[in-house]
Design a protein around this ligand. Structure first.
Ligand code: C5P
Length: 211
């Protein structure tokens, strides 16, 4: 299974990243979080003072290397939005296709994103589509971000996170180029009532079945 490619897609905060990281480790495959590519482009746009809503980001996309993905300021709310905006630009996506394909060329890999099974690796032998209810996703994302788990306005904070996730998923699923959607041959896993360990076990079972 040296060159195995596993495509993992789904909406924001469904558990893709956790699964992809653990799966890569279990199978000894390289892991690429492709959302970081769009986040890095969004970061470069904001650093350059350019609004990703109405400025082309292809110059920034061309400059992205894997080293950009190491930046520690990519998982912040302003970048959630900037990434989603640059990700809707056709040219930006076209530029980043090769980066993603080249990553897995030599040794295979686990890649997670929105269009891995539909656009980047349509022939991947294993495609997983990871979902969870809006409420579960909001709670998990809030737990990752929360400064104070006992905050009195906890429920209001979670509701805000839910609204942000919903806005981003609507944009990602509704865009013209490479919208968020499951490949026809993807196996769906709803992670609502599953622990991370259970999701990994289910994914490993699917991998064994398909390879
Ligand atoms: O996965 P993550 O939330 O980090 O992705 C940030 C944004 O990047 C997403 O909201 C989406 O707009 C975009 N993205 C994409 N295609 C991918 C991965 C991420 O359009 N394969």
């Amino acid at each position: 299974a040296r060159k195995l490619i596993i495509a993992i897609d789904g909406p924001a905060a469904a558990g893709k990243g956790t699964l992809a990281r653990r799966l890569a480790q279990a199978l000894d495959l390289p892991y690429l979080d492709t959302g970081l590519l769009y986040r890095a482009v969004g970061r470069r746009m904001l650093d350059a003072g350019l609004d990703p809503e109405n400025h082309p980001a292809d110059d920034q996309a061309r400059r992205i290397t894997l080293a950009d993905l190491e930046r520690d300021d990519l998982r912040v709310p302003e970048i959630d939005r900037a990434a989603s905006l640059v990700a809707a630009q056709q040219k930006v996506r076209a530029i980043l296709v090769d980066t993603q394909r080249d990553f897995a060329l030599a040794g295979g890999g686990v890649l997670d994103g929105r269009d891995i099974g539909t656009v980047i690796f349509p022939d991947a032998p294993v495609k997983l589509f990871i979902t969870a209810s809006p409420a579960a996703r909001a709670r998990r994302r809030w737990e990752q971000l929360a400064a104070d788990p006992a905050a009195p306005d906890r429920e209001a904070q979670i509701a805000r996170v839910a609204a942000e996730l919903q806005a981003r998923d609507t944009a990602d699923a509704g865009r013209a180029v490479a919208p968020l959607r499951a490949a026809e041959d993807a196996v769906h896993i709803d992670t609502d009532h599953m622990t991370a360990g259970e999701v990994l076990a289910e994914a490993l079972r699917i991998v064994r079945e398909r390879t």
